[in-house]
Structures are given as structure tokens and as C-alpha cells.
Ligand binder design. Structure first.
Ligand code: SAM
Length: 244
């Protein structure tokens, strides 16, 4: 899968994209991240990319021409049938695991990083989707792009070694993940639950499912409304809520 990132700060990406799972996937060629400097597409000799807002007000606005020139140049280079252009913005749809899964079906994603006080409104006409990583304001879209690359990239086959681990993760089936432990069995009086040491696969599966339901009910009850639940799950949740 290929990501194109349109940014004013290509160097921002050099360290994060070299690390760990994503770094290795890039090295192996399973993922490709192409960085495009928006400033290279400015139209004047000073390579201006921002200007003051019409109507007055604080801050600068990212200009439309360099961004659209850059976008069009990148689109000419894309070969994939399935390409999507994303604008990072706090005003976009919120990135959630279900959307991450949909984005992983594309062969190429073009991600535009905003900066300054905002972008010229006319840029919006040139993108397919506006995406926010949460209800807070970042200084620029670079961190949001990295969040997209990391969350989407790890779903691409071959990126995460054991694909089974993806199935049990938080949000994968609409629930939070169960608690995990590793050695030692006891640390400062805190013991690993006996069931996990029992080697009894069915009991372990049942314990994990129940812990997952319990944790979701405690921390994110909103998720239960959309989660895929069995009759047994519903009975267990009812028991838990009646206990309180
Ligand atoms: N004034 C803008 C507004 O209120 O919508 C915010 C501009 S923000 C300082 C600069 C850039 O950071 C945005 O254009 C966007 O690319 C990026 N950004 C900021 N917060 C974001 C978020 N929560 N999700 C995605 N991108 C974000």
C-alpha cells in the first residue's frame, strides 16, 4: 500500500517512519510513504505558501494554488484504481477503527496536512474525505497523518507478524480488549489470574470474553450499543448491571 503525504514539513516524518513495525514494513516494501513538499509547488519566486485571511483576523491561511498544484502532480503519479484523497482537519469525520478498516482497502491514500490558522476553503473541493483524529487542535496535520499511516498500515497483510493478534484487539469486534499478563506470575502481591495459568483453552476464552465485556461496560458503555453480542454476552452484561 502506498501513502502520499503532502506537507510543508517532510522532515517531520523521518524518524517515526523508520521505527519498529511500520519502519520494517517500509524497509520490506510492503508499505511505501512518499512525501511531497507543498512549498515546491508555490507559484512565486519566494515560494510563498501562506497569506493573510480575507476579512481580517488572526493567523495565516494555507494558499490554494500550491496545494492544488501539488495534489494534481501527485495524482498524475498514482497508478492504483483505488485511491482516496484525505484532508486532515479537526472539522472532519472522526477516525475510528471501522473507518481505519475501510481505509485499509485502498491501494493508495493521499493525505494532505494543513498548517497555520487553517486552509483556504476552496482546497476542500479537491479532496474526497475530511478526517479528524479527535476533538482537539494540533498545530498541523503531520501528526494526524502519522496516526492514519500507523493505524491503517498495520492492517495491511504482512505488516503485523501474527495477524491473529489483530482480531482480539480493542475495537476489532466493537469491544475493548481483555487484560493481558506476562511473566512473572506474581509482582508485589499482584497475581496473574489462575485461569490464565490453567492451560484450559475454553475457560481462558470464556474468561477473556467476560473481562472484555466487563471492561467495555465500565469504561466505554457506549461501545456496547454497536458491538456484536451473543445471547450469552447479553445475559452476562445484565448480571453485571444488576449487581451494581
Ligand atoms: N483553525 C482551524 C480550525 O479551527 O478548524 C484549525 C487549524 S490547525 C491549527 C492546523 C492544521 O492542523 C489543520 O489544518 C489540520 O490539518 C491539522 N489538525 C489540527 N487538529 C487536527 C485534528 N484534530 N485532526 C486532524 N487534523 C488536525
Amino acid at each position: 500500500m502506498r501513502f502520499h503525504v503532502l506537507t510543508l514539513f517532510p522532515e517531520f516524518f523521518s524518524s517515526p517512519l523508520r521505527q519498529s513495525i511500520i519502519g520494517r514494513a517500509i524497509e520490506k516494501g510492503i508499505l511505501t510513504v512518499s512525501l511531497h513538499n507543498i512549498r515546491d509547488y508555490a507559484e512565486d519566486k519566494h515560494r510563498t505558501v501562506d497569506d493573510t485571511p480575507y476579512g481580517g483576523g488572526a493567523g495565516m491561511v494555507l494558499k490554494v494554488e500550491p496545494v492544488v498544484n501539488c495534489l494534481e502532480a501527485v495524482r498524475k503519479k498514482t497508478t492504483a484504481d483505488k485511491t482516496l484523497t484525505i484532508l486532515t482537519t479537526p472539522q472532519g469525520v472522526r477516525l475510528e477503527q471501522k473507518l481505519v478498516e475501510k481505509l485499509a482497502e485502498y491501494q493508495e491514500l493521499i493525505i494532505l496536512c494543513g498548517r497555520y490558522e487553517g486552509i483556504d476553503e476552496r482546497i476542500r473541493a479537491f479532496v474526497d474525505m475530511e478526517l479528524s483524529i479527535g476533538d482537539y487542535i494540533l498545530t498541523g496535520g503531520e501528526i494526524a497523518s502519522l496516526v492514519i499511516i500507523d493505524s491503517v498500515g498495520r492492517l495491511v497483510p504482512g505488516v503485523v507478524g501474527e495477524r491473529d493478534s489483530l482480531k482480539s484487539e480493542s475495537f476489532a469486534d466493537g469491544l475493548l480488549e481483555y487484560p493481558q499478563y506476562t511473566r512473572p506470575v506474581e509482582f508485589r502481591g499482584m497475581r496473574v489470574p489462575d485461569v490464565l495459568l490453567s492451560g484450559h483453552h475454553e475457560r481462558i476464552r470464556e474468561w477473556r470474553r467476560r473481562e472484555s465485556l466487563k471492561r467495555t461496560l465500565e469504561r466505554r458503555p457506549d461501545l456496547l450499543e454497536k458491538a456484536e453480542l451473543t445471547e450469552e454476552d447479553r445475559r452476562f452484561i445484565k448480571e453485571l448491571t444488576e449487581k451494581d
